[in-house]
Write a protein that binds this ligand. Structure first.
Ligand code: ADP
Ligand code: MG
Length: 780
């Protein structure tokens, strides 16, 4: 009898199991059985060679009759420079099914294919039929080699069972481990498999008409028909979704068991005074989310809420209202910003919004007033000392800052709420570090992000956070208009872009020009390797604080801000030159198309003081055009800046571009964003840039973004120990299933938190989380 937890060596022996481990990284029987077929060939769908028509997508079963290397004229474009000239050749393979012949042509790896496809070999060949000099052919077909037994009249007894099934599974394979070999090993295992107790309770299976697990496992590898496959897939997706959601539900429960100090609202406190003083009416969304947060904060267990809302949707006001409620209840709030610039800006705009309410103890301070302190890496010694003291005594109700807030020297009198702005820049570690600062009880946590997250991603990646969304923009906001400027094809458009900036400046407005690189000499970074991401993540951390390093920041770069993946954007379009740099572009513009305008620069290598100074001058209108890196990506708010030109736009990720353009269109005038790119039409890079220009709907963009990444990547960074947990489930297309699974899993965990009555499920969770299980629950 074979069980899912058995090591592969038991049923397969050392030699085979070693190959599985080294080639596919599979160790246990369960691992191998979760190595699902990539697709299935239906024998019925096989086309006879005589019936082939041009442009048909076909799969044919045929035998190799002839194979040869054909020399080709002309230079070999694959020839690596400086190597001795090799003849350029293609492989030509003629196959037959006994009724007709077909040519297969391979231009790449010709010699390899010749070795594979020796005369007499039987295989399945799939591709699109084309014609060459009157002969039908498949160019670069996919193929699977089959043992001889597959031919009708030579079925051996050993393969009879296999042959009887309609669908031939094709596994993700490699040169060292063919689909065929995988299939054989799986058969060996299925013959003795006992998959054990089903982790999914009977009543849930009944309710959703789900097959027992073992039936599904068998059917996915040996389906009799398509219907079998549908059932099997549905069931196996449920397995993944349900086990994961059960783990998350346990984690939520553990978090809810932590004590927190309730911070209920008071009727005539500073929060009420603030509401009365607001220069605008709250949007419906702000009001509703506010009510939810008010309720959360009144509970005796910690709030974990993710507030997502488009750039400019007014998240800050929501956060301020929450912080004031906590201050009213005698606690303190900390607002953690990802960059120096943003912390400064929050400080300015929040003290301004609060007015006299932020001046406790000063002349003109309001009666219920509190104090707002600022603490960043560049805060001077005296200011730092007074901020620390105000926070320690509790005189400061609100502390705004960067990573500097995490230092040990920062001690709160009574930290009740932590607000984290632009979550994707922070790692889990930082979240935890701040939580620790609560004295005994845990503080409530509000995380804000402008990068919208599809519902199921939120449920999966942020399974422990409740999600609120601000869907609308405040009235009077005009959407940003975005155009692509194809600089290579239409240089005239680029000239026009600079003219537009001149016109805007003439009308009293300001503009940004964004470049992917800083430029100049930078130790340790050669020009081409220096990516946006490295540069500006470095900026946010290294300059700014003591405790944080780049990897910590990267830790939670799980999603659309996932800089590593973003940095790889544009890989398909290899531009010959290094990306444009601020230090080159700024003088060129100032002396050329933008001469006479006041051009400033902003990037991560400026000192925090310099950065702050530039931002202040820009905000005051002392700079017309700011040439910058993505340092301005997050949260910078200068309503008078209406135009943004992004150079080498294909070098940025989807979410970065969306964030960047959110910097304009923050005032009454409509924003204009021009995406300059040399990526040729039709390249994936260009498609992406076009896609961003075509919609301003952040949710659609985040889906676009997600589609371009492997889901494993998305989950991998965020969920320890789960890099391989999603095999079958698709976060985007399986939304409904995930939602149901979440509902059922939550109910089950609520009724049986320790899973004492659900041993199989408990074991499945263990298997999924692996050794990180304890840590996973701990991080709650
Ligand atoms: P984000 O969600 O991008 O962080 P902010 O909180 O910075 O957005 O808000 C953007 C701007 O909109 C700020 O200047 C803010 O004062 C303003 N604002 C916020 N709420 C409203 C509202 N209800 N009506 C009008 N303006 C608002
Ligand atoms: Mg903001």
């Amino acid at each position: 009898m074979t069980t899912l937890r058995d090591p592969l060596i038991r049923p397969l022996g050392r030699r085979t199991s070693d190959v599985f481990e080294s080639v596919l990284g599979l160790r246990t029987v369960g691992d191998l059985l979760r190595h699902y077929p990539r697709r299935y060939y239906t024998r019925g769908e096989l086309t006879g060679l005589a019936g082939l028509r041009e442009n048909d997508h076909v799969t044919v079963l045929a035998r190799v009759a002839q194979v040869r290397l054909v020399p080709m004229r002309g230079p070999n474009w694959r020839q690596p420079k400086g190597r001795p000239l090799r003849p350029n050749e293609r492989a030509e393979v003629i196959v037959t099914d006994g009724t007709a012949i077909l040519t297969l042509t391979f231009f790449a790896k010709a010699a390899y294919h010749v070795r594979q496809l020796q005369p007499g070999t039987l295989g399945l060949f799939a591709g699109t039929v084309s014609a060459f000099r009157g002969r039908r052919q498949l160019v670069h077909p996919e193929y699977e080699l089959l043992p001889d037994a597959y031919e009708d009249h030579r079925i051996t007894a050993e393969l009879a069972a296999e042959y009887a099934t309609e669908l031939i599974p094709i596994y993700p394979a490699s040169a060292k481990l063919s689909s065929w070999a995988i299939s054989r090993s799986i058969q060996v295992i299925l013959d003795t498999l006992d998959a054990g107790e089903d982790p999914l309770p009977e009543d849930i299976r009944q309710k959703y008409r789900l097959w027992p697990r073992e039936t599904a496992i068998r059917a996915i590898h040996r389906p009799h028909d398509r219907q079998d496959l549908d059932h099997a897939r549905k069931r196996l997706k449920w397995d993944e979704a349900f086990v994961m959601q059960a783990a998350l539900a346990q984690r939520r429960l553990a978090a809810a068991a932590m004590p927190a100090v309730p911070r209920p609202p008071v009727p005539d406190g500073i929060a009420a005074a603030f509401d009365a003083s607001l220069p605008f009416t709250l949007t419906e969304g702000q009001r509703l989310v506010g009510e939810v947060i008010t309720r959360d904060l009144s509970c005796a267990y910690p709030m974990h809420r993710l507030l997502q809302g488009e750039v400019g949707s007014g998240k800050t006001v929501v956060a301020v209202r929450a912080m004031l409620q906590v201050v009213d209840a005698g606690g303190q709030a900390a607002l953690l910003a990802p960059t120096e610039v943003l912390a400064q800006q929050h400080y300015r705009s929040i003290t301004q919004l609060l007015g006299p309410l932020a001046s406790a103890g000063q002349l003109g301070g309001a009666e219920q007033a509190t104090r707002v302190a600022l603490l960043t890496g560049s805060t001077g010694r005296a200011a730092r000392r007074s901020a620390l003291s105000d926070v320690f005594t509790g005189d400061a109700g609100i502390l705004i800052g960067t990573h500097a807030l995490l230092e040990n020297s920062v001690q709160f009198a009574d930290l009740g709420l932590v607000v984290i702005d632009e979550q994707h820049r922070f790692g889990v570690e930082q979240r935890d570090a701040l939580r620790e600062k609560g004295s005994g009880a845990r503080p409530h946590v509000l995380v804000m992000t402008a990068t919208p997250i599809p519902r199921t991603v939120a449920m999966t990646v942020f399974g422990d956070l409740e999600v609120s969304t601000l869907a609308e923009l405040p009235v009077g906001r005009l959407p940003v208009v975005t155009h692509v400027v194809p600089a290579a094809e239409r240089p005239r458009y680029l000239e026009r872009a600079w003219e537009r900036i001149r016109e805007e400046v003439a009308a009293g407005r300001q503009a940004y020009v964004v470049c992917p690189r800083i430029g100049g000499e930078m130790p340790g970074a050669d020009a081409e390797g220096e990516s946006v991401a490295a540069e500006d993540i470095g900026d946010a951390s290294a300059r700014d604080s003591t405790g944080a390093d780049e990897s910590a920041l990267d830790g939670d770069a799980y999603l659309f801000g996932g800089e590593a993946a973003d940095g790889a954007a544009g890989a398909d379009f290899a531009s010959r030159r290094p990306p444009l740099a601020v230090l080159d572009v700024a003088p060129e513009l100032a002396e050329g198309p933008l001469s006479g305008l006041r051009v400033g620069i902003m990037h991560g290598r400026l000192s925090p003081d310099e950065k702050d100074q530039v931002m202040t001058v820009f905000a005051d209108g002392g700079i017309d055009v700011l040439v910058a890196t993505t340092v301005i990506e997050v949260g910078v708010d200068v309503p008078n800046a209406t135009t943004m030109v992004i150079m080498d736009a294909e070098r940025f990720g989807v979410s970065q571009l969306h964030q960047l353009r959110g910097r304009i269109g923050r005032g009454e005038a409509a924003g204009l964003c021009l995406l300059v790119t040399e990526a040729p039409e039709g390249s994936p890079s260009r498609d992406r840039v076009d896609g961003i220009a075509a919609t301003s709907d952040g949710f659609r963009l985040s889906r676009l973004d997600l589609q371009q990444r492997r889901e494993g990547d998305v989950l991998g960074a965020a969920q320890a120990g789960r890099h391989s947990s999603l095999k079958m489930l698709r976060l985007l297309s399986d939304e409904e299933l995930i939602a149901f699974a979440r509902e059922e899993a939550s109910a089950l965990i609520a009724a049986d938190p320790q899973l004492t009555g659900h041993a199989a499920l408990s074991q499945a969770i263990d298997d999924m989380l692996g050794p990180q299980r304890a840590e996973f629950l701990d991080k709650a």
